[in-house]
Design a protein around this ligand. Structure first.
Ligand code: PBG
Length: 328
């Protein structure tokens, strides 16, 4: 066996042939589109750091969700911003918070849309941290209690899936118990299980105004988000979240962590999601805008790599763009 009997190029000769033997195909079925909401009316403001993305109010976001559904995208992921930040991030669990109102409006306008909500405090605390600060440190257990309150308020508003992104230990268990106790056993948890401390969140933090305040003495999130050097620890994080009652395990960011996606896929049988984060998105956009690469081809290569590595679900700011391309 070998050349010339084997010529692998035979199966690459035309697009039909390539389609026939293609191992990985992207589908709108697995896409999640992130949306940013604020209090107010009639808002649709472009986000300077995230090309093609907007800040919406709860009324306009419902229309956006409708358009997203029309493209065949089954789910959106909501991020909120408060009108006022405080020490505990209390607006995060307010009944009249931007996210809580948006959930209701989206579910009313598009009942079949799966509404996922980001559960965290960083956009709501005046410190910009994902947890409460006590004696110069993030208070893990007190934060878990607040996160459970946030998740419950989202469930009460009608969220289908809550997605804790804070990286406190034990928060999935705290949320699961709180949902169970309060009559929401069917609300799913998509855990940001292996979330790495990453430079690629930059554009998002500008958009959500959620950068850590350096005057707190805690300049970054490295005491709670994972060290980029660790793979085995990522698998341990995922195993714990499964045990605590999460339904979907997320790895984030996606591109620099394809090996983690691959290893998680080998090890676990649960659905795996990957978050193609803001910095990864803008890397492609900025490079295309500068004329270095073709946006469409680069987008397809990036998202295909994430799926090929083993992700079932891809959360991406490209969702609508990819859906339009796939629907053509
Ligand atoms: C909140 C949160 C962040 C992202 C999602 N949820 C920012 C952070 O951890 O600082 C990043 C998403 C992106 O970059 O697209 N904790």
């Amino acid at each position: 066996m070998g050349f010339p009997d084997n010529r692998l190029r035979r199966l690459r000769k035309s697009e039909s042939m390539r389609r026939l033997v293609r191992e990985t195909t992207l589908s709108v079925d697995n896409l999640v589109f992130p949306l940013f909401v604020r209090n107010g009316k009639g808002l649709k403001e472009p986000i300077r750091t995230l090309a093609g993305c907007f800040h919406f109010s709860s009324d306009t976001v419902a229309k956006e969700a409708q358009e997203t559904a029309k493209l065949g995208i089954p789910a959106v992921l909501l991020f909120g911003q408060p009108t006022k930040k405080d020490k505990t991030g209390s607006e995060a669990w307010s009944e009249n918070g931007a996210v809580q109102l948006a959930i209701k409006q989206i579910k009313e306008a598009v009942p079949e849309m799966i509404v996922i909500t980001d559960v965290c405090l960083c956009a709501y605390t005046d410190t910009g941290h994902c947890g409460l600060i006590k004696n110069g440190k993030i208070d893990n257990d007190a934060t878990c209690e607040l996160l459970a309150k946030v998740a419950l308020s989202h469930a009460q508003a009608g969220a289908d899936i809550v997605a804790p992104s804070d990286m406190m230990d034990g928060r999935v268990g705290a949320i699961r118990q709180c949902l169970e106790k309060n009559g929401f056993p069917d609300v799913a948890i998509m855990s940001y299980a292996a979330k790495f401390a990453s430079a690629f969140y930059g554009p998002f933090r500008d958009a959500a105004e959620s950068s850590p305040d350096v005057t707190t003495g805690l300049a970054d999130r490295r005491s709670y988000q994972m060290d980029p050097a660790n793979a085995r620890e990522a698998l341990a994080e995922i195993a714990l979240d499964i045990e605590e009652g999460a339904d979907i395990m997320m790895i984030k960011p996606a591109l620099p962590y394809l090996d983690i996606i691959y290893r998680a896929r080998q090890r676990f049988d649960c659905p795996i999601a990957a978050y193609n984060v803001s910095g990864e998105y803008m890397m492609v956009h900025a490079s295309a805008a500068a004329g270095h690469i073709d946006l469409d081809a680069a987008m397809t290569a990036v998202l295909t790599s994430i799926k090929r590595a083993g992700a079932d679900i891809i959360i991406t700011y490209f969702a609508k763009e990819l859906a339009k391309k796939l629907n053509d």
